[in-house]
Design a protein around this ligand. Structure first.
Ligand code: AR6
Length: 178
């Protein structure tokens, strides 16, 4: 599913965030210590190799809603943007913190003039954020960013399973109509 909004292409695909060769920066659903872990963080660190954690160690810890940028190491991408999403039910206000994570990631990408970024569904795995409201926050952040005419021309959501893709599709259609 592809949408054009004010010069920005928004893509929703099912796939693996570590296999996005045409993207400048992939986003990691990180932990505060910027170490490897499960889910997205485990996959990214495994694909990038141990030098990624060596680079990120001095930047840790980060706070919920914060984003930091590193090189891509053995990934096919030049950069990784590490976002710490809120733990649902613990880090409050969780919606605002999740929104800040998306905003800060796009801001970092723009600051160095990147043209493409790929996001996973931050906080919706181990951190327990319900999928539908998380998708709404993520997609609204990108739609709000679109008219800013930044360096970014492509934002891709890489969603791991069919249901996650389906929920993002229906939320995006709804937001585009409103
Ligand atoms: N590519 C794309 N999406 C994926 C992938 C992948 N390779 N693997 C999982 N997902 P999570 P969080 C989906 O748990 O909730 C880690 O242990 C997954 O199905 O990775 O922000 C860290 O160390 C879900 O929809 O991130 C942190 O401690 C979404 O990505 C903590 O988990 C996010 O799941 C972060 O938790």
């Amino acid at each position: 599913m592809t949408h054009q909004v004010a010069g920005l292409t928004i893509e929703l695909v099912q796939g693996d965030i570590t296999n996005q060769p045409d993207i400048d920066a992939v986003v990691n659903a990180a932990n505060a210590q910027l170490r490897t872990g499960g889910g997205v963080a485990g996959a990214i660190h495994q694909a990038a190799g141990p030098s990624l954690a060596e680079e990120t160690r001095p930047m840790a810890p980060i706070q919920p809603g914060e984003a930091v940028i590193s090189g891509g190491h053995d990934l096919q991408n030049d950069h990784v943007i590490h976002v710490l999403g809120p733990v649902y039910g613990r880090d409050e206000p969780s919606g605002k913190l999740l929104r800040a994570g998306y905003d800060n990631a796009m801001k970092l990408a723009e600051e160095i003039g990147l043209s493409s970024i790929a996001f996973p569904a931050i906080s919706t795995g181990a951190f327990g954020f319900p999928l539908e409201p998380a998708a709404r926050i993520a997609l609204q952040a990108v739609l709000d960013h679109a008219p800013e005419r930044s360096s970014l021309s492509l934002v891709r959501f890489v969603l791991f399973d069919e249901n996650t893709l389906k929920v993002h599709r229906s939320v995006l259609s709804e937001l585009m109509e409103s």
